[in-house]
Design a protein around this ligand. Sequence first.
Ligand code: HEC
Ligand code: HEC
Length: 479
Amino acid sequence: MKTNTLKISLIISGLLVSSSAVAIGGFDFSSSPKGKDQFLPPSSGNSSFALKPLKDADFRQSDPAQVELGRNLFFDKIMSGNENISCGTCHHVLTSTADSLSLSVGEGGRGLGHPARDTGTGVDAIVQRVPHNSPDLFNRGLLEINVLFNDGRIFPDSNFASGFNSPAGHQLPVGLDSILAAQNILPLTNVTEMAGQAGENDVADAAVNEIFEGPNGVWELLLIRLRGIPEYASLFQAAFDDVNSAADMNITHVGNAIAAYIGTSFRADNSPFDRFLRGDKRAMSVTAQEGMRLFYDGNAKNLGGMTCGSCHSGTLQTDQDFHAIAMPQIGPGKGDGVNGREDFGHFRVSGDENDLYKFRTPSLRNVVLTAPYGHTGSFDTLRKVVDHHVNAIYSLYNYDTSQAQMPSRSDLDAIDFEVMENPYLVDKIAEASEIKKLKYSKKDIDKIMEFLYALTDPASLDIRDKAPRTVPSELPLAD
Ligand code: HEC
Ligand code: HEC
């Protein structure tokens, strides 16, 4: 990593959060002109974090036939155990590839967003909420992305034949062409998200027993369904050279095709910020430009220590690293702690106590479109989650649970706020926090908000045309 004067001064003043946060954008601000109109953080040559315009070569290029197959698979409920939910339910085109809820309702959920989701009966009954907020899927086709999930459960790892460390362990097949493709076949194995509960269908039974690969595994059981639909057989054959008949269709094709679809369809790199970086100095308002400077540049207003860019570094506003920022935690949790309602974040992956309550720094592309915010969607507006950062500990202790965007369910409500209502557990989140009180004034934050708005690609405002009208299974798209 390139060393620069700014970093050194930060290290000396002891304000760096942790060694992993040294990625202060990778910029050499010391050599950048500070004049109001000339400001453009220079590229540092560090490929991941440099603030340089995105270009075609930064994105994985995909075969249109794979995109078309992926588009159908993404929206087809046949991919879920009970045929009652698709990827597109939680990553919906009407809600900017997320679902507008704090926590996704899993398989069985009906309607779109809040408060339409309610409980089905029989196999459609909802047993628990998904413990994390559904993230957007914008720009996930970028080659530089090297970690997925809020807690970082998937990352490249040569100890695995698949090339990826993931919750599927050694069951993950060989041949997945990207980290995105590896992720794309995991929701199928998740009981709450897509597979269903024990006894409801054969896919669910396999998922409960964590049998994903092999003839009785989740993936093969779903492939049997797809092979029986002639339209899928032709879509697979058109998309992949190694598919000559339905028998050749396999789960790596599914993962790779969905990745081609997501990467191509949800690319969002034409925001005012992008156009500004490409040289159009009028693309962003003066206020947004000031906001950008405050966001990234510790020297902009003698902010000294930590800025937004300390963690949200580079063109994508993420260091792809993990930080504890005292984010309130709502929902069922991930089974951690004495009462099982806690979520230890990246610690779950690394086993390192320093990673307790750390979550991945999210990219802020299109962030205005994807409320609510935080790994459990605990904040309902962008301003509130930004204000949280400025004085995180105060915000944590004064968290207002009424802003949670969750369809009320008397049987689930009881557990939704167990952590936030337990002073001891809130103290633990506060103690782990590494974010300092940020030295931004209210006016600074107003400007930073303008900058965040300038991260919106106008083409992402209406993405309905990315969804098919019908899918090969002929199951309904909506419900
Ligand atoms: C029940 C709702 C639900 C369904 C159905 C669902 N997802 Fe998700 N998705 C989520 C949630 C919640 C997360 C965040 C999980 C986490 O970080 O722990 C997520 C995470 C992801 C991510 C990782 C994004 C990132 O940057 O970390 C991708 C990619 C993704 N989903 C794609 C898919 C695909 C493809 C499907 C269908 C095969 C699918 N999802 C089905 C809710 C859902
Ligand atoms: C110490 C590192 C750090 C700093 C400094 C920081 N953030 Fe964050 N930010 C994070 C992490 C980590 C998350 C995700 C936390 C979670 O989900 O629990 C996050 C979440 C967010 C979100 C929610 C995004 C979403 O999709 O849910 C926004 C918006 C945001 N940050 C903006 C800012 C702004 C603006 C600043 C400066 C005022 C800032 N951040 C400073 C680490 C940081």
